[in-house]
Write a protein that binds this ligand. Sequence first.
Ligand SMILES: NC(=O)c1ccc[n+]([C@@H]2O[C@H](COP(=O)([O-])OP(=O)(O)OC[C@H]3O[C@@H](n4cnc5c(N)ncnc54)[C@H](O)[C@@H]3O)[C@@H](O)[C@H]2O)c1
Length: 323
Amino acid sequence: MTGHDVRRAVVTGGAGFLGSHLCERLLRGGASVICMDNFLTGSPQNVAHLIGHPGFRVVECDLTGFVHVPGEVDLVLHFASAASPTDYLRLPVETLKVGGLGTLHALGLAREKGARFVLASTSEVYGDPLRHPQREDYWGNVNPVGPRSVYDEAKRYAEALTTAYRNSRGVRSGIVRIFNSYGPRIRPHDGRAIPTFIRQALAGEPLTVAGDGSQTRSICYVDDTVTGILALAFSDLPGPVNIGHPQEITVLELAETVRDLVGSRSAITFVDRPVDDPSMRCPDTALARERLGWRPTVSSEEGLRRTIDWFTAELGLERAVGT
Ligand SMILES: NC(=O)c1ccc[n+]([C@@H]2O[C@H](COP(=O)([O-])OP(=O)(O)OC[C@H]3O[C@@H](n4cnc5c(N)ncnc54)[C@H](O)[C@@H]3O)[C@@H](O)[C@H]2O)c1
């Protein structure tokens, strides 16, 4: 399958951060796109600029209920799910339901249509990893009854469902394990480190670093993430495939970089680390490189600069530089 073979795609969670970028990129490539979303953590505002495009439709629907799409579909990208810790801790059962029932329904749709199916999985399936960097054949270190399990285990179950539908129902499925992505349209208050630091630095408030900030993260600009996801979608690879930036950065370095790029003199303060917060995150991206020819191209400085510009322009956040 290539991008040219996709005439009509369904993006579940299409009004979310990643989903909206996927809708946009697919439309630009000439496909029609049906965005299915219940706006639980996303917003119609994220796709407002696509309304009026002849190939674009938004359908308000809860994936955990009945799902029906008339006509042909070549590709189902299943991205519906709360994704930020603030959201999934606030919506524990909803997160488990969309990971379980929602994935079941999205797989059923792909099966009915004979479509390629891609599950948005996450680096969180590795939990607090005991191997570093994380390769796709590592099974992870997840606490099944910890607070984050509503997300981690939902995604692990969704991976199992996807694999079962591939093996026993003939669905041409792929699994992408996405590491932290960021960029325009990420919500300032969604609780993830990057939007929090940008918002705090722009407002001249202290940047709140969890723990001593020595825990590491991998951050990938959204354009690169979307390119990787679609490379997998347009291939026949089952995955899982890691899509993330192979450069590791500590949370403290991240806070300092954001503060410098904003030009703010905000203090850095240290707050308690969340329960089961992973101490290391870095993808091994050999598989994506070798099988998909994918590698990220946007440096973290450039990506953060673009994101800061978006926050400033779109949200009317004034820079309180020097406070
Ligand atoms: N952004 C990242 O860094 C990242 C990293 C790893 C994995 N992912 C995965 O990518 C996907 C999208 O993440 P995001 O960052 O764009 O999050 P997001 O919260 O911005 O988007 C998720 C979307 O799913 C929708 N949704 C939730 N439950 C639904 C339901 N029952 N029915 C219909 N729609 C529903 C929400 O309204 C929202 O628009 C998620 O599956 C997430 O697990 C994202």
